[in-house]
Design a protein around this ligand. Structure first.
Ligand SMILES: C[S@@+](CC[C@H](N)C(=O)[O-])C[C@H]1O[C@@H](n2cnc3c(N)ncnc32)[C@H](O)[C@@H]1O
Length: 282
């Protein structure tokens, strides 16, 4: 799947190979000066404001599934939340539990009570209705489709609060459909899902290779299968393709604006659990 910058340690090609995940993390912990993967979702500057906002919404318990070496569990525990950090990798969990992360840039944060690190396989249920907020960073999209539905259900069942965040990386085209289908089958509300789906299928029907960057379609130099887009250097083709994509984007935005009120009404229902899917490119 990828290479560690310094030590060329591979993350597993088989997502479920726990031994390989353990080797990967063991290598990083012993070789990297600061073995952590940061906060991903929030910047250092905004984290305290985010925490205050969550407290105001009544969030007390946060679950970070597939936590790896993320700093999210320690930082949120340091900010006073009850945090559950779980991972299939016992090496990652032991590192989370050791609280050996360098938190010097998060002035005044000290992780004390309210922090549980434990091994857990996301294909099995976890803490039914105990969690106010789930922060899943890059620990969802790589499951096989048939497992993804189970994993989605695990998140849905654990959540007693309103929101589960799923931060994905380079998830394009049909991979987005798989992520959204499994989350909605599990019971999650995904705002504007129908509009998003018809937007993507309209884009696909054009036959123009596209990628969505920050929600907008662009004509990429390389398509989703990693192949060069030959026509990309043809200025006339590129300009006309951009124009086509833009016009689809504009009508999509218009549809979204019109649906805003109805989506807000569903969101506000007490029983609604909302999957906030973040599509990052990198
Ligand atoms: C790409 S890493 C992301 C780690 C971390 N969330 C971050 O932000 O860097 C994926 C993580 O999912 C974990 N994982 C893989 N399969 C899992 C499973 N079946 N149950 C729970 N965690 C799993 C891996 O051990 C790894 O820590």
């Amino acid at each position: 799947m990828g290479f560690n910058r310094k030590y060329m340690t591979c993350t597993p090609s088989d997502w479920n190979n726990v031994d390989e995940w353990n080797d990967y993390f063991r290598d990083r912990i012993s070789n990297e000066e600061r073995p952590d993967d940061g906060l991903n979702l929030f910047s250092l500057e905004e984290i305290k404001g985010v925490a205050q906002g969550l407290r105001d919404q009544g969030v007390k318990t946060i679950w970070v599934p597939g936590c790896g070496l993320s700093l999210l569990p320690s930082v949120f525990a340091g900010l006073g939340f009850d945090v559950f950090a779980t991972d299939a990798s016992s090496v990652a969990v032991a590192h989370q539990d050791s609280r050996n992360f360098d938190l010097s840039c998060y002035e005044g944060l000290k992780v004390e009570a309210g922090f549980v690190a434990e091994t857990h396989d996301l294909r099995n249920m976890y803490r039914s209705s105990e969690i106010d907020l789930i922060l899943n960073v890059k620990a969802f999209q790589r499951f096989k489709v048939e497992e993804m539905e189970k994993v989605a259900k695990t998140h849905f069942t654990a959540l007693r609060g309103k929101e589960a965040i799923f931060s994905t990386l380079n998830c394009q085209g049909s991979d987005r459909d798989k992520v959204e289908d499994s989350l909605s089958k599990a019971g999650f509300f995904i705002p504007f899902i129908d509009i998003e789906r018809s937007f993507r299928s309209e884009l696909k029907e054009t036959g123009i290779p596209y990628a969505l960057v920050l929600g907008r379609p662009i004509v990429p130099q390389v398509d989703e299968n990693g192949k060069s887009v030959e026509l990309w250097h043809d200025e006339v083709w590129r300009q006309s393709s951009k124009k086509t994509l833009l016009s689809i984007y504009e009508s999509y935005m218009k549809n979204k604006n019109e649906a805003q009120q109805s989506q807000l009404e569903i969101f506000s229902l007490p029983e609604t659990k909302f999957a906030n899917i973040i599509y990052n490119t990198g």
